[in-house]
Structure formats: C-alpha cells, structure tokens
Write a protein that binds this ligand. Structure first.
Ligand SMILES: [Zn+2]
Length: 981
C-alpha cells in the first residue's frame, strides 16, 4: 500500500463513505486527455514481486528508490534502490516488518524510509497478513497507520539502520531538503502524546490518519517542529527542487476529499492550489517550480489519473494520463525531462513503476505558462552535486563505436582473413586498445595474443598426373585439370566414369521436392563427373533449398558415400566463373577425405562426354532449366590419377585480456567475446558476393567489426566502473577477440582446449557471452542460447530495464558462431545478433550502414549482464539441450539420432561425438560421448561432412550399423534412427 499517499486507504474510505451516502458523485472532468502529447516512450521499470510503487529519483538522476512487495515470507513493502545506470537493485531495508516512503539524500550516500522492524510483533503481523491473503479476506486497515512506524536512514552502500524518530505514532512520508539539512515528514504523534477528548479518542480508534500533520526536523532527528494543525490528514509533503516551497495534500476532516496545498518551508503561507472536490493527492513539483503534478480520482473512485496544475493554482488542472486503472505517485527526474509513476497498466493489473519522457514545453502550453527558457531549467545544479552521467569517454558511446568499426572495417584490413596481414593489423589494434585500458594480458607468454596453427593452404606437389583412356589429348596440369584442395592424395587404379549432373542430393523441404542427381546410378568404384555450383535457371526458393547441398565438400561426401573412387568437377560453359578450373583452396572441415577429387576444364569434360554422344553445354542447359536428367556411363573412358598436395600451416591469433576482480586471476571467470576475423577478399564457399563483386575486399563491418567494437566499449566501461568503485566483481572478466571463426570456430575452440583440457570448463568459465553481428539493429535484438541456462531470462529482463531494447529470445544453444565452442564444453552461452541482411558476406557490408545508437544499446545490455554475472556469488547453471537438428547443417533432416557432433575436428580421423541426447536413439544404441564415428551404413566417415551426409541417407526406424573408435578400439554398434518431431 502507498502509505505516504494512502492510495488504498483513500479508495476504501471513499467506497465506505459512498455506501453510507456521505458523498455526492463527483462531476466528471471536462478536461480532454493529453497523455500522448505529454508522455512518450512509456515503459515499465519494475517487474518483480506483487507490486511496486513510490519511486523517487536521486538528485543526480542516476538512481531511483522505491518500495515493492517481493520478499519471500514478508507480504509487506520493503525498500529497494535501483541504479538506472546498471539496472542493479539492492534492498535498503532489513527485510523485517513494514516499510514505506523512501528518499535518497541529495549527495546520494544515504537513503531514508519508515519502518516497523523494531516492533516486537513485526514478524507475527507478517504471518497474519500472509494467512489473511491466503484466506482471501481483506487486509487489516488498522495496520496502515501502525504506530510503531519510525523513520530510519541507512548508507546507500549498505550498513546499519540509524533511527531518526522514536515517538509513538506513525512517523513516515519523509524526505530531505535539497541541501540535506532537514527532513520533512508526516506524523500523528500528537494523538499519542497529548490528552484526547472522548470524541477524539473515538476518532483515533476508527481513523488514525485524521491526526496526521506535517513536521520538520534536523537531519539528525533533533529540533522537531510541527508545521500544520488542521483537523484531517495532512501528508505526503515534498520540497520544491530549490527548497523554497513545500507541497502536500490535505484531506477534509471527513476523509472524503483531498486537495493539493503549497506553503513556505516553515508552514507559513499555506494555500490550496486545487479545488476539485475529489481525492487529489501525491503532488510533486516540476523541477522548474512552475507547476505540480498529482493524482486524482476525479474520473471515478478506482480510476486515479495524473493531473497537473500551475504552482499558484490560477487555472484549472489539466489531465495528463487516460489509461484504465490506477495511475498515481508521479515524480519528475531532476532534469525535468522524465516522469516516473506507479501504474496498473501492467499485464496483471497490479501497479509497478513506469518511466516515460516528459514534454515540458507541451505541459507549459496546456497550463498557459510561459516558456521556461534554459535559465529556469534545473540543468544547472549546485556544483557540489555529482554529474548526472559518468564521463563520456568511459561510457558506451555511439561515436566511439563508430571509430572502432571504421578502423576494423577499413580497406587496409583487407577483410581480416585469418592468418593474413590484415588479421595481424586488426588484432594488433584490439591488443593496443586493451593495453590502453590497463587490462591484464591473458594470452600466451604474458602477452595479449594467443596463437593457433591451422592448415591455411594447399600447394601442388611434384607428383601430379592424370591419365584418361579414350580421350586423345594428354591432360596438362593447371590448364586442363587441377586437384581440388579437399582431395585425398596418392594414386588410384584406372576406373570407369559416370556423369551425374550437378552431383546434388537434397531432401525435400516443405513443398519443395527432393533433388537427386544420382537416382539409381551405380557409381561404386567409379569416377563421377559432375558440374560445379547448382542449376542456374531454377526459381529462388529451389536455389535456397539446394544451396547448402551444392558446396563442393558436400558433393564430394555424397559421391564418396555412394562408393565412388573419385570426383571430376567441370564448371560448364553456362556458369559465370572467372576461372575454368576450381582454385586450389583448403577447406578445413573437409580435410582427410579419402576421395580423389579434381577439377577438369570444360574442353576435357567435353572430350570425355563425346563418346556417349553428349554435349556439355546441352546437358547443362537442360539441367539449368530444371529438367531432371538420368545419369549415364561414359563408354570407353577410364581415368587414373596420382595426386600430390602439400598442406601449408599458417598461424592465426586471438586477443585476450582480463579485468581482474582481485590481485591474482580468479578461479572462475566470465568470458565475453566477438570474432575479429572475416572473409578477406571472399573466402571460397563463404562469400556471397555477386559475380561482379568477386575478389573485392569483404569489409565485414557488421560481421563482425560491430561485435569487436562493442567488446572494446564494454571493456572500457567495465574497467571504468571498477576504477570508480561502482563495482566490486567477485570474478574476473576475460575479453576475447577471436580469429578463425569464419573458417571453423578455430580460435574459440583453441581457447577452450587451452584453457582446460577437461570435459567441462564450467564453472571455471561461469558463462560465455558472444556478439556476432550487432551493428544492424532494426526493431528487435535477437538473443540466442537462452535455453543454455535458467539465469538468462531474469538477467535479460533486469538488465534491459535501464536499456529498454525490444528483444526476441531463442533457446537453442547450437549456433554457427563461437558460442558453440563454449556450449559444447558445458558453459552457459548467450549470443547477441541484430539479424541477417542482404549485405551479409559480401563487399557491401560496410561501416556506413551500421546503426551505432542501436549498437550502443546492445553493448550496454551485454555489459550489464557481464557485470551482473561477474558480481554473482555462484556461476549460473548449465542446461544440456537436445541437439537434434540444432546444428546449422542438420536442420533439414527429419531423421533423429540424438548426437552432438563436434564441428571443429579437422584431422580426418572420423566424426567425433561430443555428446548424446539422454534416451535418444544414439544413446539407446550404446553410442557414447567421445566416440569417433569412422563408419556408418557401411560407408567410411572421415569428417563431419561425411557424418552429416550419411545421416541424411538414413531411414526412420531402419537399424543402421556404426563403427566407432573408443579408447583406440573399434566398436560396432547398431542404432535405430527415430523421427524428429
Ligand atoms: Zn560472424
């Protein structure tokens, strides 16, 4: 209950009096509502607990103190301090008894409120109230003015409660004067200390509020003076922003109506500024001192609305809100630009605190007041008060974000391909930013960098030879043919050749038919000649369906799963490719294939097709128009090859820094990261550049200069918070800029392996937060991985309070970004993503297209969540998810195995299983975490592509044989795949 303003009481009293015929119905106000013109960007500030109200700003506008019913075991209000900068909420009262009416000292260091915690019966009253609520009977009115209420103050940082009043009677509704010298409050103490007539005694038993009057005392509780002595309830007093006036509401002696009054701080010059003959209460000065906002039930007993009136009460009050249900207890922010109030415009109809922007100019126009001009605005506060915001430099700032993005996405960075000079430059920039912030290096050998090796490129060895029987010309290396980077090495026996169209096998998808280039074609121990890419002339949806199955690595896996000996890839004359032969590039995830694979020129392909009486241009033309062609043999053509490839290793590097909670590194840390690498000038198989954009720099502003820029701003902000003593973390925060993400989560995977080689990193890593593409905020932020821990929903809700983003959440923790490397190691993960767009993975992803104000919001939210997790006592719980169909490549399949494959293994030894779903088909068949699948359905499995493809060929309910490596032994298993829901 809102004791200060007696909201429930007023309603109850009014209802009682109405029933007794003591009141005439109020005239409904003629005032038109101006809500939309006066208050905008309305949002709910508190959510927790049964209800909340009486929110009051600190003098610097950075905090709000309020009361809320949210303590388990205590049905009454307790007092909470909400930091508007961080979203932190801390209880100020001690949890016992009833509290109400808080206020923040002008220097921000103390909070005062009224409390009954010293009442020996406080806990018994809590219990009784809980029982009454459970039984559904009404609350006991008599407790509203509990005479054991006294005023206390407590340090905002936490500490002992200091008692400021000790008279018998209800002492509450207190607030400090703007200079902190005095406390203005309300009390009915004289009814308990002075002799009462029999009539007065009878009133006291019925209505203690009748005796309420205004008092003032020195800030230490001394020198108490009574300011009013009229019969009836005087209460809810506040000073004006400059301390020259006070405002309060005065009930008529019968308690039926109340009006708004102002007076000098000593109580002289009291006058009513409303004459509404309704219950008008909860007044608060605008900081300009020119007008007062208050609540009134002019429109019906239960329907309190906000109104405002000029300070002199010269004109009629003007209506502010027009929402159904309760609106009351309004206050202005110290700068006058915002309004906070309690409103029942909530989903459950219970009041909570709301915040909105306030249109002062419109308010003045409606009230007939002159423009305030800048001079009368309270922007110029006394010099002794702290500034409203931390210094701009340390705050998360749109201009700083833009600066970081413009550096990282500059042409000199050349698209930041892992292991390239551009990646070295970009990572050096990140390291120097970390160093400038004074963060502790957390990379190799006491530095900021953490290096990792990967197979960056392949070169032709000396021993490459292609022999084709049945074709006149002898193929020349690099003119007529070239091995694919994903090819097996060594020599093959001569074998027959079959043509299999585009070599694509794709399952149906919704209305789309399955696509199968092979059909009944027998390719066992043969070479398969196929076309590169996918059919040109088919519709957009069909292309979308086939796209993921058209990668060469996937086509190779398809051929190999059908027992082919080798793959021959021709580009075909209809395709718009610069290079007739496939460039020699290394694809990490396809390493270790046991299939010989090479690219041949259109001329050489034509020479092989000639014997079958076919022409490559005609075949391609037919396929491109959507025709399905039967595959066929190429009579008389036999191919043998010797393939010699030399893999070259290169180094990439992560950048790692630590914000230490204490002197040494903590046992548990929160990691927040973003990948810094991108596609260079268009990584084969990843770039979505248009033909005319091929080979241009892929700037990667959104993907993922945006995430790294946010990371740097978050690091700066948190380091500053800690330096200012605004934050005492319990565990370190590790800031990570990953390389190698685009080529297979290499950097983050290397980190998770280097950090600890155990099965789980949790709770050594309490949680991992990731940002991948946060620069294109449109209307909603997408937060992924929310199902990985029960902590996320509440953290997101709480920390979004000061940020105010519109958010959609996604539970799945299997994502095509670095978060997955952590999730697979048992760490709760959360990824921020502002959504896909047409410039993704093209040279058009540039810095000028980002929404930097949106990025600021995303970064603030992620910073506050990081801060909160680093402050919490315990690491958040981890939730294991059913991985079925969760991986980026497995969404299409309808077959359910219940395995979590390890997407990062690159050594060609098989597909490692990093987890199995409990009670899933794989688990039932005996497959275990850590097994390496080397054979499935009779086909050898060299890598994740093979495994992924083999899964597509399985049938629901038909048992399949697997061979796995477990502790060096080959183990045979039988698994019966289930159906996905
Ligand atoms: Zn990315």
């Amino acid at each position: 209950m809102f004791d200060r303003y007696c909201g429930d009481y007023a309603k109850q009293t009014a209802a009682l009096l109405m029933a007794a015929g003591a009141l005439t119905p109020f005239a409904t106000g003629a005032a038109e509502t101006e809500e939309a013109a006066l208050i905008t960007s309305v949002r709910q500030l508190t959510f927790e607990g049964r209800r909340a109200g009486e929110g009051y700003f600190s003098r610097d506008g950075t905090q709000i103190v309020f009361q809320s019913e949210r303590e388990p075991g205590n049905p009454f209000y307790q007092i909470y301090l909400l930091d508007l900068e961080t979203g932190d909420t801390r209880r100020m009262s001690n949890g016992v008894g009833k509290t109400t009416c808080a206020w923040i000292h002008p220097d921000g260091g103390k909070v005062l409120f009224a409390s009954t915690h010293l009442d020996p019966e406080a806990e018994a009253k809590q219990k009784e109230e809980l029982e009454q609520r459970a039984s559904g009977t009404g609350r006991r009115y008599a407790w509203s003015f509990d005479p054991t209420y006294d005023i206390f103050e407590t340090p905002a940082a936490g500490g002992e409660l200091v008692r400021l009043t000790d008279a018998e009677g209800y002492d509450a509704e207190g607030s400090w004067s703007p200079d902190g010298e005095f406390i203005l409050f309300a009390s009915n103490r004289h009814a308990y200390s002075e002799p009462l007539s029999a009539e007065e005694q009878e009133i006291l038993e019925r209505d203690e509020s009748y005796f309420m009057d205004l008092y003032v005392m020195r800030a230490d509780g001394s020198d108490v003076r009574r300011l009013t002595d009229e019969p009836g309830y005087d209460g809810g007093p506040f000073y004006s922003h400059d301390g020259s006036k006070i405002v309060w509401r005065r009930f008529a002696p019968d308690g039926g109506t109340a009006e708004i009054y102002t007076a000098n701080p000593d109580g002289s010059g009291a006058k009513a500024i409303t004459r509404l003959a309704a219950m008008s209460w909860a007044p608060f000065f605008h900081p300009s001192g020119d007008y007062v906002i208050f609540a009134t039930n002019l429109h019906g007993f239960g329907n309190f609305e906000l109104y405002m009136v000029d300070t002199e009460g010269r004109r009629d009050p003007v209506r502010v809100t027009d929402s159904e249900g309760f609106d009351g207890l309004p206050v202005f922010s110290p700068d006058g630009a915002q309004i906070s109030w309690s409103s029942a415009r909530t989903s459950d109809g219970k009041p909570q605190l709301f915040l909105a922007d306030w249109n002062d100019a419109e308010a003045r126009r409606l009230l007939g007041l002159a423009d305030s001009g800048d001079a009368s605005q309270p922007a110029t506060q006394p010099a002794t008060l702290p500034p409203a915001l931390p210094p701009t430099k340390a705050a998360i700032d749109p201009d700083d974000l833009r600066r970081h993005v413009e550096v990282l996405a500059a042409p000199e960075m050349n698209g930041r391909l892992t292991g390239s000079p551009g990646e070295r430059r970009a990572t050096a920039y990140v390291a120097s930013a970390f160093e400038a912030l004074g963060l502790t290096p957390a990379g190799d050998d006491g530095g900021y960098f953490q290096g990792f090796d990967f197979t960056a490129s392949v070169k032709l060895g000396a021993e490459n030879e292609l022999t084709i029987d049945g074709v006149d010309q002898a193929p020349i290396l690099d003119r007529d043919w070239r091995p694919l980077g994903l090819s097996a090495t060594g020599s093959t026996e001569p074998a027959d050749v079959v043509f299999a169209g585009y070599g694509i096998v794709a399952p149906g998808d919704g209305d789309a038919e399955p696509y199968d280039s092979y059909g009944e074609l027998d390719v066992a121990d043969k070479w398969v000649l196929i076309l590169r890419y996918l059919p040109e002339g088919i519709g957009q949806e069909r292309r979308q369906q086939l796209y993921r199955y058209a990668e060469l690595s996937y086509k190779a896996a398809v051929a190999r799963a059908r027992g082919a000996q080798g793959l021959l890839v021709a580009t075909g004359p209809m395709a718009r490719a610069k290079d007739p032969l496939v460039p020699l590039t290394f694809e990490s995830a396809a390493a270790g294939s046991s299939l010989a694979a090479l690219s041949v020129s259109d001329e050489l392909a034509q020479a092989m097709l000639a014997g079958a009486g076919k022409h490559i241009a005609e075949l391609q033309g037919a396929l491109d128009s959507g025709e399905s062609l039967e595959g066929f043999e190429l009579p008389g053509v036999r191919v043998a090859a010797e393939i010699d490839l030399v893999q070259e290793t290169a180094g990439g590097r992560n950048v790692l820094a630590r914000l230490q909670a204490g002197e040494a590194a903590s046992d548990s840390a929160v990691v927040i990261g973003a990948h810094v690498d991108h596609l260079g000038r268009g990584l084969e198989g990843k770039s979505l550049a248009l033909p005319e954009e091929q080979g241009q720099v892929h700037f990667g502003a959104d993907d993922n200069a945006s995430g790294v820029a946010a990371l740097l701003e978050i690091a700066e902000y948190l380091a500053d918070l800690k330096a200012r003593g605004k934050w005492q973390p319990k565990r370190d925060v590790i800031f990570a800029a990953w390389s190698g993400e685009e080529i297979g989560l290499l950097g983050s995977t290397h980190f998770t392996r280097s950090f600890d080689d155990g099965e789980t990193l949790h709770p050594a890593i309490a949680a991992y937060l990731n940002m991948d593409m946060v620069g294109r905020l449109d209307d909603k932020l997408i937060l992924q991985g929310v199902g990985s821990s029960p902590v996320w929903p509440q953290e997101i809700e709480k920390r979004n309070v000061p940020v105010g983003l519109s958010i959609v959440t996604n539970d799945s923790a299997f994502m095509a970004t670095d978060a997955t490397a952590f999730y697979l190691k048992g760490v709760p993960v959360l990824n921020a993503f502002t959504g896909a767009h047409g410039d993704y993975s093209t040279p058009r992803d540039t810095a000028d297209k980002l929404n930097y104000v949106g990025m600021q919001k995303v970064a603030r939210l992620m910073a506050l969540i990081t801060r909160s997790l680093a402050t919490a006592e315990a690491a958040p719980d981890y939730v294991r998810q059913d991985p079925t169909g969760q991986s980026p490549r497995r969404r299409m399949s309808r077959v359910y195995m219940g395995t979590i494959p390890d997407y990062t293994l690159t050594d060609g030894a098989g597909a490692r299983i990093s987890g199995v779903a409990k009670d899933g088909p794989a688990a039932s068949g005996g497959l275990m975490k850590g097994d390496i699948v080397v054979e499935m359905a009779g086909q050898a499995i060299a890598n994740i592509y093979d495994y992924s493809h083999a899964l597509d060929s399985l049938k629901i309910g038909v048992p399949v044989g697997l061979v796995v490596l477990r502790g060096g032994e080959r183990v045979s298993l039988t698994i019966t795949p289930g159906a996905r829901e």
